[in-house]
Design a protein around this ligand. Structure first.
Ligand SMILES: [Zn+2]
Length: 185
């Protein structure tokens, strides 16, 4: 039996992750919509159930994540940022809500990870990407390749006729989300 290195870094796929891109595809950026999302974390098999909503308050967009039963509910408020897209419209980003060493992180990113009750960016949690071979190849690519990958995801997204099937994201949507996660985070 192989022993696990206790000092090894945690990989992104071991934690519950939230991608702003996939939340947008599920209608979570529509103001005032309360979306109940339920899925299974593939690594641990953990059932995740959350109510997610977006609000505009005090001049900012906020995304609210509520988890758990009444009384023991965990709630996260995440400030959102917007940037203008090249061809019009805006893109939403998370601001990391974590306070490492009592200082607000606020790092802009497309994906947040959940470790216990803490919701934060990959840097705060010192996570490493799961698929080493793919990601090494990917991260050593110049930025232009990331842009191309992003476009590929957009083209794929346009071709998708169904986002979910029997309550689960379709294979095509999962492909797009996987690319987007790499491009955005
Ligand atoms: Zn952070």
């Amino acid at each position: 039996m192989r022993h696990r290195n206790p000092y090894r870094k945690i990989e992104t796929n071991e934690l519950v992750s939230l991608s702003i891109f996939s939340l947008k595809a599920r209608g979570c950026l529509v103001l005032g919509n309360y979306n109940l999302l339920q899925w299974q974390q593939s690594y641990t098999g953990e059932q995740v159930k959350m109510v997610i909503s977006t609000h505009f308050k005090a001049g900012h967009y906020w995304m609210l994540f509520s988890q758990g039963a009444a009384g023991i509910a965990v709630e996260h408020r995440v400030k959102l940022e917007t940037t203008n897209c090249h061809f019009g419209g805006v893109r939403f980003w998370f601001q990391c809500p974590n306070y490492p060493n009592q200082l607000y992180c606020g790092r802009r990113g497309g994906v947040l990870y959940m470790r216990g009750d803490v919701l934060s960016c990959r840097k705060c949690l010192d996570l490493t990407y799961h698929s080493q071979t793919f990601n090494h190849r990917f991260w050593f690519y110049p930025k232009v390749y990331r842009v191309i990958l992003g476009r590929k995801a957009k083209d794929l997204l346009r071709q998708i006729k169904r986002f979910t099937y029997a309550g689960k994201p379709t294979r095509k949507l999962r492909m797009v989300l996987a690319i987007q996660e790499k491009v955005l985070s």
